[in-house]
Ligand binder design. Structure first.
Ligand code: AMP
Length: 403
């Protein structure tokens, strides 16, 4: 089966064409500056086919962007498909499914309406996802099935104690203000892979999955179901991230807004774009830059990394408490997969709960699923490259096969 996976943003669209049964990626790429001056990138993963790198393609709307993707995929010289009919289905990443979607679904008119109803919960993302779906329908017609895979749905199994905010309850009743969580596709993918690596049914395992990238979140996965996660109504909650503040005293906002005469919009811009490890270090949101600055003796770069690692460790401890123990801790995404030093600091001092110091040799390997636990560790520490697109393609194939 060939599944086209689409992640549509307001002015960009990422795509991958892959076979969910084998995991083989045929092509991937990116449409950028949609509605502006259209830049198109195409990276075929087949020997002898040439890539296109940020070439000019007129893309006044997402429909032209999807058309450009299809043209590239079936191009006589550098395409990877003989015709468009070889695309069996399209899987869309949709950011917010609210309380309406606890799993991936076949897209119908009713589903489109329900996604639209979640727009107030993710006003920047959901409308763009809907535009992406409509663009695919416009170009591919309604014969090609499309599936929505939500960032939030894996977390819908959280109990009310984990998702209820301690604010007047009517905000939940009237406006559905609660913790939802994000990165669900990644947490689901790596927790399933962790169970496979450990050779045990996921139903018997307590797993803490740490998705640490530019955006970061942690989930407590008990018996294969999410019971808690660090992100909230929006992705601003939980850990400090590349540029997001994560959890802090809400009173800080009032203080800063009053003192510096900031509007709410300006304050949110500070918390979303200027905070996190960028805010603390004053250098960069990228951990590679922080590593270099720390090595050159920069104390604030070190502090930013230390705050991040400390918070990760605090959540690991609290989720072990929430689940009554932990069998495996998984690190994934850019920092989780590529930061051996941070993995050491995030797990240091956890011997009391059965986490031995990491195996240095294993911890320094990259790009593979690997058990980095130290000798005698009761809790397994795993590094698992995430693959959200593959998970989306797998869900899409499963739903389409059952039609
Ligand atoms: P992601 O959002 O999952 O793509 O992760 C992006 C982040 O991963 C970047 O901002 C970097 O901070 C981090 N990252 C990627 N590669 C490395 C690396 N080799 N060493 C340390 N951090 C890395």
């Amino acid at each position: 089966m060939n599944i086209l996976v689409i992640n549509a943003g307001s002015s960009s669209l990422k795509y991958q064409l892959l076979d969910p049964a084998t995991g083989v990626l045929l092509a991937k790429g990116l449409c950028e500056r949609i509605g502006i001056d259209g830049k198109f990138t195409y990276k075929p993963q087949v020997e002898g086919k040439a890539a296109l790198n940020a070439i000019d393609v007129a893309m006044p709307t997402h429909s032209e962007a999807i058309q450009a993707v299809l043209n590239a995929l079936v191009d006589a010289e550098n395409g990877v498909l003989a015709s468009m009919s070889e695309i069996d289905a399209v899987g869309h990443r949709v950011v917010h499914g609210g309380e309406s979607f606890a799993s991936s679904v076949l897209i119908t008119d009713e589903v489109m309406k329900a996604i639209e109803e979640c727009n107030p919960l993710a006003p920047l993302h959901n409308p763009a996802n809907l535009i992406g779906i409509n663009a695919c329908t416009a170009v591919l017609g309604d014969k090609v099935p499309q599936v929505a895979v939500f960032d939030t749905s894996f977390h819908q199994t959280m109990p009310n104690v984990a998702y209820t905010y301690a604010i007047p309850y009517e905000y939940y009743e009237n406006d559905k203000i609660r913790r939802y969580g994000f990165h669900g596709t990644s947490h689901r993918f790596v927790s399933a892979r962790a169970a496979a690596m450990l050779g045990k049914p996921i139903e018997e395992l307590n797993i803490i999955t740490c998705h640490l990238g530019n955006g970061s979140s942690i989930a407590a996965v008990k018996g294969g179901k999410c019971v808690d996660t660090t992100m909230g109504l929006t992705p601003l909650a939980g850990l400090p991230m590349g540029t997001r503040a994560g959890d802090m005293d809400a009173g800080v906002m009032e203080f800063i807004m009053n003192k510096y005469n900031l509007s709410m919009k300006e304050m949110m811009n500070v918390l979303n774009k200027k905070s996190g490890v960028l805010g603390i270090s004053g250098i960069s949101s990228d951990f590679r830059d922080l590593d270099a600055a720390e090595a050159a003796g920069n104390a604030r770069a070190k502090l930013a990394k230390d705050v991040f690692a400390y918070d990760v460790k605090k959540y690991i401890g609290s989720y072990a408490a929430a689940m009554g123990g932990v069998d495996a801790i998984v690190f994934t995404a850019g920092v989780g997969e590529n930061g051996p030093g941070l993995r050491v600091s995030m797990t240091a001092g956890l011997e009391y709960m059965g986490v031995a110091p990491l195996n240095a040799e294993a911890n320094n390997k990259r790009g593979v699923e690997i058990d980095v636990s130290g000798e005698g560790s009761k809790v397994r520490v795993l590094v698992i490259p995430t693959n959200e697109e593959l998970m989306i393609a797998m869900d899409t194939a499963e739903i389409v096969k059952a039609m």
